[in-house]
Design a protein around this ligand. Structure first.
Ligand SMILES: Cc1ncc(COP(=O)(O)O)c(C=O)c1O
Length: 578
């Protein structure tokens, strides 16, 4: 029960709160405390059934939700009141009833109220009245509750009861794959075809992907890591050389440099975009030569590997100008960036990621990427020789690939180099062909969710939203929140724990490379060498963002983030303690 009481120790009342009068206590015990409100129903100010009135301060906290809830008249009872009929006792057990209410109970009540508002009908109202009476009279009348609240159709098309039977908190995964019948049918057709490994479907996937990003050549492989490795191998990377690699990236970008015996020269990030900071890349080249990095100053810097963090493209005009100025090749780690684009040069024409944006551009089709083949990747390039080397080395360095050999080509082949086993299977390509066709539709859905997150959470003082830019077509692989820790009474890990307790799975992208034991211990990188990444990563939280997210899942994430931010805001602490 929430009362609009004077502010003494918060605004909720529970257990033996002295603000409750004797009469109030008696009415509460008999569960008759809402009866006086019948007068308001007779006056026409309230309905019998409708969302319960809430404390104005809490309404303000969840303003966007209440905008919808307040479109209907408040009521004496509603589905949330039935579920939380023992709320007072529940709160009485909590260490901090106010926090328990704001962070756990209120978000759930709001979700139920919103659903009631969307699905309200005479039938639902009769059901709620029956269920309320039944819950007041006796637990033995529970079957009536079950009968009146039997399944109705909800927004997701799945039947479910409007009156929840138990407080089962929603669980929102970090990612759930989006798979249509087209992918499934194509996989089945592939399985029936008798050809499972690299073959026609891989070729089709390659040519359709090359066309969609505007590239001349594409080679399908079994991961983005493989594509990155084959790219730097084809460019001749070797021991004694160094490559500029952002410290704010996944293991793969740097490890492929190590595969070749070369060394990653780590570069700091721009704290706003989290992408590689070219000014720091310039500094790092100078620092290397002057012995101001932990690396051997005799290393020759030969390349740069920008990563489009979360799908927000680095300006590749700037990267290529920088690379030309320093005589470097460019390999683009575009694991997050399909599809993505940026406005290029003076004309501002859109340029797609992979449209001759680097010597080689590498995409990922890992299970949680923007399109997936389970595991998979693709290298695209304008350069026929690079493409040929990448293809050859992806299959043992053989002169002909297996598909050509088995489908009417010569039995004979030559080993021209000690290559790798990185080829993609046709089973995987069967998924990829149809994922690619849905890539833009899935991107648009992620974009809509990301914009909704920004609009719903943007005013929070404790959280900074990722940047939106007119000059970018963002793939929105990730939605990275940056917490303003100085405004929060908990740290990032505490925040993630609180989200998990509310059934929201999230992640962190990433602990920067220089803070991992291998790079710190092998090369001697220290936090002060890469100060922006060292600071910002402590504030990063990636929220769930995937195209098949249901509206109620999105709402749940927003309410959880709002509840945690507002419930732990440093500015409200003195008020709560008063
Ligand atoms: C930036 C980046 N590069 C490369 C990779 C490696 O991709 P894959 O798993 O396809 O090898 C990932 C995977 O998460 C990534 O995030």
């Amino acid at each position: 029960m929430v009362e609009d009481a004077p502010q003494r120790g918060g605004e909720i009342t529970c257990g033996d709160d002295p603000r409750i009068t004797c009469v109030g206590r008696l009415l509460r015990k008999a569960k008759l405390d809402e009866l006086p409100q019948l007068f308001n129903v007779l006056k026409g100010d309230m309905s019998l059934v409708g969302p319960r009135p809430e404390v104005p301060r809490y309404v303000e906290m969840f303003r966007s939700d209440y905008e919808e809830i307040l479109t209907v008249r408040p009521g004496i009872t509603d589905p949330a009141s039935i579920l939380y009929r023992d709320e007072s006792a529940l709160l009485g057990q909590a260490a901090d009833p106010e926090q328990e209410y704001i962070q756990r109970i209120l978000p759930e009540k709001i979700a139920i109220a919103k659903r009631y508002v969307r699905e309200q009908s005479l039938r639902t109202d009769v059901a709620v009245i029956f269920a309320t009476v039944a819950s007041l009279v006796s637990d033995r009348l529970r079957p009536i509750v079950s009968w009146v609240s039997r399944p109705v159709q909800d927004g997701s098309g799945e039947p479910s009861s409007l009156i929840p039977k138990e407080r089962a908190p929603m669980n929102v995964p970090f990612f759930r794959v989006s798979m249509s019948d087209a992918e499934i049918d194509e996989v089945v057709a592939c399985l029936r075809s008798g050809w499972l490994t690299t073959g026609q479907r891989c070729r089709q996937f390659e040519s359709e992907l090359a066309a969609s990003v505007g590239a001349r050549h594409a080679v399908a492989v079994n991961s983005c890591t493989a594509a990155l490795h084959l790219a730097v191998e084809a460019l001749g990377l070797r021991a004694g050389q160094a490559v500029l690699v952002p410290t704010m990236t996944f293991a793969a970008t740097a490890e492929v440099v190590r595969y070749q015996g070369a060394v990653p020269l780590l570069v700091d990030c721009d704290p706003a975009t989290l992408n590689i900071d070219l000014a720091d890349a310039e500094r790092k080249i100078a620092d290397l030569k002057q012995g101001r990095t932990p690396l051997d100053p005799s290393l020759e810097v030969v390349g740069i590997m920008p990563v489009h963090y979360g799908g927000l493209m680095v300006d590749m005009d700037e990267v290529n100008t920088f690379a030309v100025g320093h005589g470097l090749w460019v390999v683009e780690d575009a694991a997050h960036a399909l599809p993505a684009a940026y406005r290029s040069g003076a004309t501002g024409a859109w340029r797609r990621c992979g449209e001759n944006t680097a010597a080689v551009t590498c995409f990922s089709f890992y299970a949680n990427k923007t399109i997936t083949t389970g595991e998979g990747g693709m290298a695209v390039t304008e350069d026929a020789k690079l493409a040929e080397r990448i293809r050859q080395m992806s299959l043992h360095g053989l002169s002909h690939d297996a598909w050509k050999r088995y489908s009417g080509g010569s039995w004979d082949y030559r080993i021209v180099a000690p290559g790798y086993k990185y080829n993609l299977t046709d089973v995987a390509a069967a998924i990829g062909i149809h994922q690619l066709r849905r890539a833009e539709a899935m991107r648009r859905r992620r974009e809509a969710i990301a914009i909704h997150y920004c609009e719903s959470l943007g005013e929070l003082e404790a959280a900074e939203m990722p940047p939106l830019s007119e000059d970018r077509l963002h793939s929105w692989h990730l939605f990275p929140l940056r917490l303003r820790l100085e405004r929060l009474a908990i740290d990032r890990d505490g925040f993630i724990e609180a989200l998990r307790a509310r059934g929201v799975c999230c992640s962190v992208h990433w602990r920067p490379l220089h803070l991992h034991p291998y790079y710190a211990e092998t090369f001697g990188w220290q936090p002060q060498h890469l100060p922006a990444a060292s600071e910002v990563w402590k504030r990063l939280v990636s929220l769930p963002l995937f195209p098949d997210m249901r509206d109620e899942e999105i709402d749940h994430v927003i309410r959880a983030v709002r509840g945690i931010c507002l419930g732990n805001a440093i500015s409200v602490r003195p008020h709560l303690a008063a």
